[in-house]
Write a protein that binds this ligand. Structure first.
Ligand SMILES: NC(=O)c1ccc[n+]([C@@H]2O[C@H](COP(=O)([O-])OP(=O)(O)OC[C@H]3O[C@@H](n4cnc5c(N)ncnc54)[C@H](OP(=O)(O)O)[C@@H]3O)[C@@H](O)[C@H]2O)c1
Length: 452
């Protein structure tokens, strides 16, 4: 029987400790599937004095991560430290030393994936990162292997559990964004500083990785357009529901004429779409391929256990290659594809406006839409909500300047457009804001509709 493969674990926090426990608790099945035992031989952390809920003996811990990577007694490196530095240098050193690397680090792969893939390919060892996108949901391997023979047109994902939890509470419990965020923090779904989640940066890193793998293209995370959910109001959620939509934060990677579009933004999704039923902190990724058609992967996108499962699957693969002497799997040649600006993409749109309730207003508004080639699919008028609203209409709070322009006799109009170019919609909005009878253009949301 071959001696166990020796793993150096960088980081033993939420994810790293869950992996150490999984390797211990599932030792028999992991050995059977890998064909050899796997041992956590060394662990690098920042603070050696912290108590850790793992069965790894304390003398295997070090606060010198670089020495762990260089240690000739380490065969494979698993990185769960997070952040770009020093993870980038440590992973590079490990790969150059011929050691396979498994990582959960979305930020690093989104920023420096192509450079690290090249280093891994040159060294002929695995660099696997299933855990970096959507935690426990198998996604990288299906895209890289199961769907490798198909042309992927679009991948749309709910890839941030925190924001999906917040939007679910807003929709099901009629909470405000602020209250739903506080609830997410209380339950440990949101960090004390929730910026990366609510502003879409976390989802943008994942979108960049998804696009890289789905399209075999070099996708810079800085080129990913992003809008978060902090501006979503109870009005939008109510409007969406009454129109038959749910509001979700989507990461979209799409192949279009002229290039690829990679973006993160809230969108209204028809309630019958599979992504609309993804509730709470769950994640799901909806893939559209030329031959395979539509498919969806659903599960827990974060948390120690789910993320450790993804790491352990990668670890077993890497160990099998190491033991058999096979070269690591490569990502293949990444090509440079034009990244489309958001202005060049198309969508249907939802707009909420407060306008003077007087004759001729609709004609003035319709003319601005028409002027810019944006065609209106539907329009509904709703009463203003200051007093009780028999139609259960949405509430709109207005700033002092908006109140100065508007009046209590305003009407609220909800528009859904046909598919239009973003640039045309922006130009329409600019024009509408200068129409006297338009007192406020409230929310504007993209609509995923039957015209996609
Ligand atoms: N949490 C999730 O649900 C989840 C899901 C998917 C992917 N990920 C990714 O997994 C990674 C880890 O996340 P996490 O939630 O486990 O983070 P975490 O709980 O903060 O753990 C980070 C670990 O890395 C150690 N560490 C940090 N900097 C170090 C350094 N310079 N040298 C040595 N050790 C260092 C920390 O040591 P101390 O313990 O001593 O501070 C800690 O053990 C991140 O890349 C994250 O994006 C997380």
């Amino acid at each position: 029987m071959r001696a166990p493969v020796r793993v150096g674990l960088l980081g033993c926090g939420n994810v790293g400790s869950a992996l150490a426990r999984l390797v211990d608790e599932h030792a028999d099945l992991i050995t059977a599937r890998a064909g050899v035992g796997i041992e956590i031989t060394r662990v690098a952390v920042r603070d050696l004095s912290k108590a850790r809920d793992v069965k790894v003996p304390s003398d295997r811990f070090t606060d010198d991560a670089a020495s762990l990577v260089r240690d000739p007694d380490i065969d494979v490196v698993v990185e769960t430290m997070g952040g770009v530095d020093p993870a980038r240098a440590l992973i590079t050193d490990a790969l150059r030393a011929g050691k396979p690397v498994i990582t959960a680090n979305k930020e690093l792969i989104a920023r420096h994936g192509p450079e690290l893939f090249t280093t891994a390919a040159e060294a002929g060892v695995d660099l696997l990162f299933e855990a970096s996108v959507a935690g426990g949901i198998p996604l990288m391997r299906p895209l890289r292997e199961s769907l490798a023979g198909d042309r992927i047109h679009r991948v749309m994902g709910i890839v941030n559990g925190t924001t999906n939890f917040i939007l679910t509470r807003m929709s099901e419990d009629r909470m405000s964004f602020v209250d739903a965020l506080a609830e997410a923090q209380r339950l440990g779904y949101a960090e004390p500083d929730p910026t990366a989640d609510v502003e879409g940066a976390d989802a943008a890193s994942k979108a960049a990785i998804i696009a890289t793998i789905a399209f075999g293209a070099r996708v810079a995370v800085d080129g990913v357009y992003r809008e978060g959910i902090a501006g979503i109001t109870e009005d939008d959620i109510d409007s969406a529901a009454s129109l038959g939509y749910a509001v979700k934060l989507l990461a979209v990677a799409e192949e279009l004429d002229g290039g690829i579009s990679v973006r993160v933004h809230p969108a209204m999704i028809p309630v019958h779409h599979p992504l609309a039923s993804v509730r709470d902190a769950f994640n799901a990724v909806f893939i559209e391929g030329e031959a395979v058609g539509e498919l969806m992967l659903y599960g827990r996108g974060a948390g120690g256990g789910p993320t450790a499962t993804a790491l352990s699957g990668d670890l077993i693969d890497a160990v099998k290659n190491l033991v058999s002497g096979a070269k690591g799997a490569t990502i293949g040649e990444l090509v440079d594809r034009p990244m489309l600006e958001i202005a060049e993409t198309e969508s249907q749109f939802y707009l909420l406006m407060e306008v003077a309730d007087q004759p001729g207003v609709l004609a003035a508004i319709a003319s601005e839409f028409g002027e810019h080639g944006v065609s209106i699919k539907s329009m509904e008028q709703r009463g203003m909500p200051q007093s009780s609203d028999p139609e259960g209409g949405v509430r709109v709070s207005r700033s002092a300047s908006e109140r100065a322009k508007g009046s209590d006799d305003d009407a609220r109009l909800v528009f859904v457009t046909h598919r239009a170019r973003e640039s045309a919609l922006s130009a329409t909005l600019d024009s509408l804001r200068s129409v006297d009878s338009v007192h406020r253009v409230g929310s504007v949301l993209r609509v995923l509709g039957d015209e996609d």
